[in-house]
Design a protein around this ligand. Structure first.
Ligand SMILES: [Zn+2]
Length: 224
């Protein structure tokens, strides 16, 4: 617990990187979903990043993760107004993430049918098609963006079955949540149960979700 005596637990990327190192030093594997499923360890943190609107901040976090000896799963949207998954800069970032050992999957969302017609299922298929066109391989997993807007877990579980040809998981499956796994998230820029740095060594299996948007080098204004 000496770690806590000198570490500051805030939203600086310094604090973020120090926390990852603390988990590694405490014997945790810190990996993507894909790597956890292939080779689960006794102490294992699945590191997840949902990329809601800006991909450049995700690239910065991807490099920090790799430097700390960690891999992560980055979930990317196809409907984001802040980035176009098919643009060259985005595709270069995807490529860099994969070269660093990270996993890139779909951050799936619902609701556009409320304006455009059709239903969430049809639009989910369309999102998958665009994602696969962008990355050039079959989808392997997804996380739901604002799941309550899209039929919650029931919808996600149904989709998992529908897409079982290549999709192995979705991030909110019960096996990745409490009580099987400690789940911590920085959603809305607020850790409901304290910064993830306060949890080192307390739970053997964890899923930690961060949104790179909330994390800054010097000041929050870097990001928005
Ligand atoms: Zn989201």
């Amino acid at each position: 617990m000496k770690v806590q005596s000198f570490e500051t637990h805030d939203y600086s990327l310094r604090s973020y990187a120090d926390t990852l190192r603390a988990y590694r030093e405490a014997g945790y594997a810190v990996t993507s979903f894909e790597r956890y499923l292939a080779e689960p360890r006794e102490r294992h943190m699945i590191l997840r990043h949902d990329i809601d609107n800006t991909i450049e901040q995700a690239a910065r976090v991807a490099r920090i993760d790799a430097e700390a000896g960690c891999t992560a799963t980055f979930f990317l949207r196809v409907h984001a107004q802040g980035y176009n998954l098919l643009s060259l800069p985005s595709l270069r970032i995807v490529q860099e993430m994969e070269q660093l050992g990270h996993e890139v999957q779909l951050h799936l969302e619902g609701g556009v049918c409320g304006w455009l017609g059709g239903d969430d299922l049809e639009w989910a298929d369309r999102q998958r098609a665009v994602f696969e066109a962008a990355v050039g391989r079959p989808l392997g997993g997804f996380s739901s963006h604002e799941p309550a807007r899209m039929g919650g877990m029931e919808f996600a579980n149904g989709l998992l079955e529908r897409w079982s040809d290549s999709v192995a998981y979705h991030a909110y499956e019960t096996r990745f949540m409490m009580p099987d796994m400690k789940y911590l998230s920085d959603s809305s820029g607020r850790w409901r149960e304290g910064h993830f740095g306060l949890w080192v060594g307390r739970e053997p299996l964890m899923q930690v979700l961060t949104h790179p948007f909330w994390w800054f080098e010097k000041v929050p204004a870097e990001n928005y």
